[in-house]
Design a protein around this ligand. Structure first.
Ligand SMILES: [Zn+2]
Length: 291
């Protein structure tokens, strides 16, 4: 069985953890979570829990994936977790695929092959042919897709930039100017990477529509992925899942409803909204978010 990858291309806080939890309910899909954290989480110093409740390093599922994959320390499926790349300083330059030194480009191509083998091991252990990769990295997206364009389908998940900026303000105690700039830089970098992928291989999904009509949106996506339509269970949860990394919501109790988080609409002040609009409003409107 050769697996296929559904890569969730999104800015952080766009709902990718939720989308992974919903997609994994399909009998042909397994959610590998933020796969670019596989090496640090499974053999590094981190002490994180798998969604099954076991410490990641003791989870039988991930142990089976490691056994199948081989030496995780020697063959890096995580791009050194991007440590070698100057992506924080020049995200756009890397995504534009210009100015990346030859040695780094070659290292990324090797890492992409390891990453595809890692995702294949996940699919085989789960015995499900489609693997969700919810890594947020545009560099990983670029190299994975170009290593195997027929195997990597891209789900472009977008969310109103004001919601993401508010989430970042709250989480990182930032002002709106920094939060809006973060969102703008990341959404532009993602766009540069997506421009290099042919349109039929990209599926556009809106967080807001996903939350208000999850069943129909998931079936639209399933059909696009070449899968049968399916019936979502009445509530989402972490049952039968071994998700690595992601929003803390993945660890919360089962039996949650899918709820649209629109807290930004009441939380942001008129001034915050004006600052966002001055910095990133043009981009948000281009994505279809208008008042
Ligand atoms: Zn587990």
């Amino acid at each position: 069985m050769q697996s296929r990858v559904a890569y969730i291309a999104s800015v952080a806080r766009s709902g990718s953890t939720l989308l992974g939890l919903l997609l994994k309910e399909h009998p042909a899909v397994v959610d590998a979570g933020e796969a670019d954290w596989a090496r640090p989480y499974l053999i590094g110093d981190y002490r994180r829990l798998c969604t099954c409740g076991a410490p990641l390093k003791q989870c039988a599922f991930w142990q089976a994936v490691r056994d199948r994959f081989g030496d995780l320390a020697a063959q890096d499926p995580t791009f050194g977790h991007m440590a070698r790349l100057p992506w924080r300083r020049s995200l756009g330059r890397v995504a534009a695929w210009s100015g990346l030194p030859v040695a780094e480009r070659a290292a990324c191509q090797v890492a992409a092959r390891h990453a595809l083998r890692w995702l294949q091991a996940v699919a085989e252990v789960a015995n499900r042919p489609v693997v969700v990769d919810a890594s947020k990295s545009v560099t990983r997206l670029h190299f994975l897709h170009h290593a195997a364009p027929d195997r990597v389908a891209v789900v472009h998940l977008v969310r109103d930039g004001r919601a993401i900026a508010w989430s970042r303000m709250r989480r990182h105690k930032l002002g709106m100017a920094k939060a809006a700039s973060y969102w703008l830089a990341n959404t532009l970098a993602l766009d540069l990477a997506l421009q290099r992928i042919a349109d039929p291989q990209v599926f556009l999904l809106r967080y807001e529509t996903l939350c208000t009509a999850p069943q129909s949106e998931l079936n639209r996506l399933a059909i696009w992925l070449g899968l049968q339509p399916f019936v979502l269970p009445p509530h989402i949860g972490r049952h039968n899942a071994h998700v690595l990394g992601g929003n803390p919501m993945r660890m919360e109790a089962d039996n949650r409803d899918v709820v649209l988080d629109a807290a930004w609409q009441t939380a942001l002040s008129t001034r915050d909204l004006a600052v966002f609009d001055a910095i990133a409003g043009w981009r948000n409107r281009k994505l279809g978010y208008r008042d």
